[in-house]
Ligand binder design. Sequence first.
Ligand code: XMP
Ligand code: MG
Length: 179
Amino acid sequence: MAKKEIIERILIPEKELMKRVEELGEEISRDFEGQEVLLVGLLKGSVIFLADLARKVTIPCMLDFMSVTSYGNDIESSGEVRFLKDLDSDINGKNVIIVEDIIDTGLTLREVLKVLKARNPKTLKVCTLLNKVDRRLVDVNVDYNGFNIPDAFVVGYGLDYAQKYRNLNYIGILKLVED
Ligand code: XMP
Ligand code: MG
């Protein structure tokens, strides 16, 4: 039988997202006071978060983007990462903060960190909106963490299912049900 997807419930409403994003922006601005930061968004899931976060950062801030994809289906990542788009800028000597929508197994981030570290940034930090801590397979250090969430498939505020739902202004739990 065909399946269709529904938003089972709202996990994080817009107001909570906005409050936490503002706090993260303030934290970053405090940590790098008197310096510049380069926010590196991982396309496409991080764009909504990054757009809001950047406007809460009060120190000089630059933006760049990378696109990586993990082989696998819509729900599970396989651990093998393919790089689709590299950064436009040289990160040598810069304060780089990778901005992620969600860290699940940590496999994607581990590969991205390896590649960026080799380019000798001054500092390399990780900022994620969501963190599925129970699903972690590899240890990655998260410097700025929005929310720890349970092991459920979530969409909204940049996160998608089959490219849909990125435009929701909340994080919702998606469920597949019989049509
Ligand atoms: P890993 O396992 O490498 O995966 O940490 C990170 C990437 O997996 C995707 N992902 C999700 N996407 N809802 C989504 O829309 C989810 O609940 C979810 N869990 C993992 C996402 O692309 C993330 O960058
Ligand atoms: Mg992603």
